[in-house]
Design a binder for this molecule. Structure first.
Ligand code: ATP
Ligand code: MG
Length: 404
């Protein structure tokens, strides 16, 4: 078995319904997917670890599957995190130059200043993502080193997490005999996998609808502008069906994935769906209209919340490239049409891009985060590290360039 080396990154997506490990190798101009391992999990609720033991077991199973297919022995992973305790906000800072050139030290100081935001004791900084630097009145500068001026400003997007959320994920990985190299906010990883640079320039919102959470990341002029986690997703669609049809959750899940849709006409002559585990009622058949109506209500609610979030963020009117939906729940027929109606913008489904190798196996919306973690892992590896005062546990806090 070959050992993981410089050119290999393993992305570990610890989702609410499944854990998947994706092994990627870097070539000069692309990333090759060498293997993928998956396991179901019940150790998380809405992205938060609630049962360490079962999470550890699921991680081990996914890692062993990925090791078998890739032929690599996995020790280090880049892990994703997204629960309702994550928070994204924009911030800025300024230092004076008095006519001299910007040095590394100035960049370090101005970035440190952007982090001077009130943070509760139980929260930690996860990402500091530069949006742009401004020297005097010249904005939109990506790298200010060597430029002269009177003052240097930095605008950044800060992502903070509950300390316990990160600690539990790192702990579960540790107990699964893995070393966590990086912890990355999941929507940044998914965006890395599914968005095109042109979309990020024009203005786009990436919406990852998983099973426990719906994660959003908004980009404009190539830069991350806004992030948010909404604790409503596929599990709610399933439990609405279970209650509405009076069937078990596992049958509701099956009905949703095989016969479900949330928008559009049902074709004439489509037979009703037979229910196998009907609880307390005699009627064992249900019309496809009824299934659609139940799913429509919840999917409509999800997009309405997203629409409100985008409007409040102030970026709704700047999204010329529209929305890209991904995550397992984006596979529900009718999602694109419903999203277009509610958000009032063009919408497409996003699947992982920029990869070769086992691309066919991972080119599905539910693997966007896993593949994105691999892509982000390589990106972070090649990003200069800047020291800050707020070192989080043993994790390095970097100036991340996850959107480039
Ligand atoms: N064909 C399908 N139609 C409808 N829903 C689907 C389909 N395939 C998968 N799903 C739903 O997608 C969800 C799983 O998506 P995904 O794997 O992206 O979630 P996750 O990463 O485990 O969760 P999260 O990101 O919320 O923590 C489940 O709710 C599942 O029911
Ligand atoms: Mg997910």
């Amino acid at each position: 078995m070959q050992h993981a080396n410089e050119n290999i990154v393993v992305g570990l997506d610890i989702g609410t319904s499944k854990i998947c490990a994706v092994v990627g190798r870097q070539h000069n101009d692309h990333i090759e997917i060498l293997g993928i391992g998956q396991s179901r999990t019940s150790g998380l609720r809405k992205g938060f670890v609630i049962n360490i033991e079962s999470t550890v077991k699921s991680i081990r199973k996914a890692i062993e599957g990925a090791e078998l297919i890739s032929g690599c022995s996995i020790k280090n992973v880049v892990v994703g995190i997204a629960d309702r305790f994550m928070h994204g906000q924009n911030s800025n800072g300024m230092v004076t130059l008095k006519g001299r050139e910007v040095t590394k030290n100035d960049v370090q100081r101005v970035i440190d200043l952007t982090q001077a935001v009130p943070l509760l004791a139980d929260r930690r900084m996860l990402h500091v993502i530069p949006q742009e630097f401004i020297v005097d009145s010249y904005d939109g500068i990506e790298n200010p080193l060597g430029i002269s001026g009177e003052r240097l400003e930095a605008r950044v997007h800060l992502v903070t997490a509950a300390s316990a959320s990160v600690a539990n994920i790192v702990k579960a990985c540790g107990q699964a005999e893995l070393v966590v190299d990086e912890v990355i906010f999941q929507p940044l990883a998914s965006a890395q996998a599914v968005l095109m640079p042109e979309e990020r320039d024009l203005g786009v919102v990436m919406i990852d609808i998983g099973s426990g959470t719906t994660d959003i990341a908004t980009f404009r002029r190539g830069t991350l502008r806004h992030t948010s986690v909404i604790p409503v997703a596929g599990n709610h669609l399933t439990s609405d069906l279970a209650v509405g049809l009076r069937v078990t959750t596992s049958e509701a899940e099956q009905v949703k994935c095989i016969h479900g849709c949330c928008q559009g006409d049902i074709m004439d002559g489509e037979p009703p769906v037979e229910l196998l585990t009907t609880i307390g009622v005699r009627n064992r058949f249900v019309s496809r209209d009824s299934i659609r109506n139940i799913l429509y209500c919840r999917a409509n609610e999800i997009f309405t919340i997203i629409n409100r979030e985008l409007t409040c963020s102030g970026f709704k009117s700047n999204l010329a490239a529209g929305a890209v939906i991904t995550g397992g729940s984006s596979r529900l027929p009718g999602m694109v049409k419903l999203a277009e109606m509610v958000l009032n913008m063009p919408v497409r489904v996003g699947e992982p891009r920029h990869i070769s190798g086992l691309a066919d196996s991972v080119c599905l919306p539910q693997f966007s985060t896993g593949v994105g973690l691999v892509l982000s892992g390589f990106k972070v590896k090649h990003t200069p590290e800047i020291q800050t005062e707020t070192l989080f546990d043993k994790l390095r806090l970097r100036i991340n360039c996850l959107w480039g």
